[in-house]
Design a protein around this ligand. Sequence first.
Ligand code: COA
Length: 173
Amino acid sequence: MIETERLILRPWRDEDAAALYRYACDPEVGPAAGWPPHESVEQSLEIIRTVFSAPETYAVVLRETGEPVGCCGIVPSDGAHSDAVYGSSAEIGYWIGVPYWGRGLIPEAVEALAARCFDVLGMSALWIVHYDGNDKSRRVAEKCGFAYHHTEYGKPSLLGDMRTEHFMIRYGG
Ligand SMILES: CC(C)(COP(=O)(O)OP(=O)(O)OC[C@H]1O[C@@H](n2cnc3c(N)ncnc32)[C@H](O)[C@@H]1OP(=O)(O)O)[C@@H](O)C(=O)NCCC(=O)NCCS
C-alpha cells in the first residue's frame, strides 16, 4: 500500500467491482488508453481477478471517501508493449474516472510510483506512453518530469485499431 496526501494506492479487491464499473464504463476513459469500456459489473470483477491482479497494479483510492476511482501501475520491461522499454526500466500506466479529472490526482499517484521505482525497486528509468492526441496524458507526463523520447507507429490497440504512440522518459537519480 502506498499513501500520498490525497490518495491510497492499494491492490484491487473483489468488492471494488461496482466502483470500477462506474468509472470504467465511461467511453471517455478506456478508449483513450487503448481498452474498451467495461460492459457490466461482472466484467469489471473478471478484470479485477485477471488483469488487475498483476504485481504493482493499484486501485487509486480517495482517502476522503475510501472509494476506488482509478487505476495505476508499474509494468516491468519484460511485460511492456515495446522493445524500447528494456533493462532496469518500467512503464507507468494510469486512468481516473471523469468526475475526478483535473485535480492533479494522477500526477500525485505517478510521483508516488516513481519514488517506488527509483528508491525501492532500483530502476534507472521510467516510461509513460501515450497515444497520439491524448494531450491529457502527455500533460501528466510533462508535469511529472518526463521528456519526449520517440514515436512508434502502427501499434494495435485492444479496440482493434492501429495507433501512434509517443514515448516519454524520466531517468532516476
Ligand atoms: C490522463 C488522465 C489520467 C489525467 O488524470 P488527471 O488526474 O485528471 O490529471 P491532471 O489533473 O493533471 O490533468 C491533466 C490534464 O488533463 C486536462 N484536463 C483536466 N481536466 C479536464 C477535463 N475536465 N476535461 C478535459 N481535460 C481535462 C488538462 O489539460 C490537464 O493538464 P493541465 O494541468 O496542464 O491543465 C485522465 O484524463 C484520464 O484518465 N484519461 C483517460 C484515460 C487515459 O488517457 N489514460 C492514460 C493513458 S496513456
